[in-house]
Design a binder for this molecule. Structure first.
Ligand SMILES: Cc1ncc(COP(=O)(O)O)c(C=O)c1O
Ligand SMILES: N[C@@H](CCOP(=O)(O)O)C(=O)O
Length: 467
């Protein structure tokens, strides 16, 4: 399998090289040259497999020619061995035809572990085989950072530098990152929003000499490997609910558009997902796009679901490329105009096509609290604010046909105890291994939202560990 850039000016690469590169050299995102498709019989053959085996089989076509299936299977087995639930990603019924796909049983209590635990093993394997090292730079609104840190801590061939927006994550989220004192882990608190952090990361990648000097690599969902590793759980859940012989719908609380894009990929591979629902908080750029073709940046506003306090949804570029019939020139031009004007000019036909599949619903903080309260009262289900946005959106766009809806339950409620307590009166405790989180020493550096300052910090950290 070869990968092409959405902007068409970077050379094609194989899976291993896409993993290490992260972002394409032309600023675009990598996508498979063609989409693998599974027949109904092939989907049925995956039913009942343990999650690690299913994950390796679903991902195998993406790694074809780059990783052999047995090696991949070894990695998925190791990646999910430490999860806190035997099913890895259990499906919990919360209402008739409404199911929570719990993606938060990994070490850092959010869906990011589903991909990141595997990425840790992928990096180890590829770097050891090539005798190379990388500096991972990542932007986080709270969850990607700790998942990446946990997956890559204490590695000799990897330095990790994570940028988070100062004061804009939950305290649990910040401490999960900043209390890891391993020598290869570095946290930068940027005086800005998540979008600023993400822009800084992209700017470092677009600074070719710096990228080369630092051997930069990415763990955000701009890295295709992240998306590839998020596809299997939709397959797992859909098969459990009767696919491919019965269609399903999926509802995803959305920020950077990576998780819902993974569901779209599963659909593109032939899984019968009839509808994709996008839940948003007050940072509703995606739902405004779906309602009125209004993709315009309005500034990031803080909310009770801070991981989704995002306006520029990086992975939308991948969908755009598909909506524009894989025309890299049109994609690059549209992205350039978005960057310059803060408004994305999506042609009407492409927008209409998007609205036939995607449905959007924005949920205010008050409605999020009400949804957490309702889930607890009516279903005895304790949801975090992000998951609650997913269930509220699912309810708003439930298919009339009575097909089951899978809601991506993206974080453990203990990551957002203040909101959950406010809604239900219950303060969810952290699991025992994190019980002393608030007593642990923290280490991070506060920096202005300035590329020079951030590059200097990355250079300092990477140098200290260079071999
Ligand atoms: C808990 C949680 N829910 C939802 C999201 C949104 O997911 P995505 O950015 O893939 O759209 C995030 C951040 O990515 C998150 O951390
Ligand atoms: N919500 C994310 C933001 C980054 O998303 P990613 O999926 O592109 O890594 C976070 O918690 O950091």
């Amino acid at each position: 399998m070869r990968y092409v850039s959405t902007r068409g000016e970077a050379p094609s690469r194989d899976f291993q090289s896409v993993l290490l590169a992260g972002l394409a050299e032309d600023g675009g995102l990598f996508l498979p040259e063609s989409w693998p498709e599974f027949s109904a019989a092939e989907w049925r053959a995956l039913r009942g497999l343990p999650y690690p085996e299913l994950a390796a089989r679903v991902m195998a076509p993406f790694a074809e020619g780059s990783l052999d299936p047995a090696t991949l299977l070894g990695m998925t087995r190791r990646a999910y061995a430490g999860f806190g639930h035997l099913a890895t990603a259990p499906l919990v019924q919360i209402e008739p035809q409404l199911f929570a796909l719990e993606l938060f049983h990994g070490p850092t209590l959010a869906f990011k572990d589903m991909a990141m635990q595997l990425l840790g093993h992928l990096f180890d394997h590829v770097l050891a085989e090539r005798g190379e090292r990388v500096t991972i730079v990542g932007a986080t609104s709270g969850d990607t950072g700790s998942a990446a840190i946990e997956a890559c801590r204490d590695r000799a061939a990897i330095d990790v530098v994570i940028l988070h927006p100062e004061g804009r994550t939950s305290e649990v989220q910040r401490r999960q990152m900043t209390t890891v004192l391993s020598p290869n882990i570095h946290n930068l608190a940027v005086q800005g929003s998540f979008d600023d952090c993400q822009d800084l990361v992209k700017a470092m990648f677009n600074d070719a000499p710096f990228r080369q000097e630092m051997q930069l690599s990415a763990v955000n969902s701009i890295n295709w490997a992240r998306i590839a590793a998020q596809v299997p759980y939709y397959v797992y859940a859909a098969l459990a609910l009767g696919a491919p012989d019965r269609p399903v719908a999926v509802s995803v609380p959305t920020g950077n558009f990576g998780n819902v894009l993974a569901a779209w990929v599963a659909r593109r591979m032939g899984l019968p997902i009839e509808r994709l629902v996008i839940g948003a908080n007050r940072n509703d750029i995606l739902t405004r796009f779906l309602a009125a073709n209004d993709m315009s940046v309005q500034g990031v506003a803080p909310s009770l679901s801070p991981s989704m306090d995002i306006q520029v949804s990086s992975n939308f570029e991948r969908l755009l490329f598909e909506l524009l019939d894989r025309d890299p020139v049109a994609t690059a031009d549209t992205m350039r105009r978005f960057r310059a004007d803060g408004r994305m000019p999506v042609p009407d036909a492409a927008w209409k096509q998007a609205t036939t599949l995607f449905h959007g619903h924005a949920v205010s903080d008050e409605a999020t609290l009400e949804e957490i309260r309702r889930l607890h009262r009516d279903s005895m289900y304790l949801a975090d604010p992000h998951t609650a946005i997913g269930t509220a959106a699912a309810r708003a766009h439930r298919p009339e046909t009575g097909i089951p809806v899978i809601v991506a339950a993206t974080a453990h409620p203990a990551k957002f105890p203040d909101a959950v307590e406010k809604a239900t009166g219950i303060r969810p405790p952290l699991p025992p291994r994190l019980a002393d989180l608030f007593a642990r020493e923290e280490r991070f550096t506060v920096l202005p939202n300035a590329l020079e300052a951030v590059e200097a910090a990355v250079r300092g950290h990477a140098r200290r560990n260079s071999r």
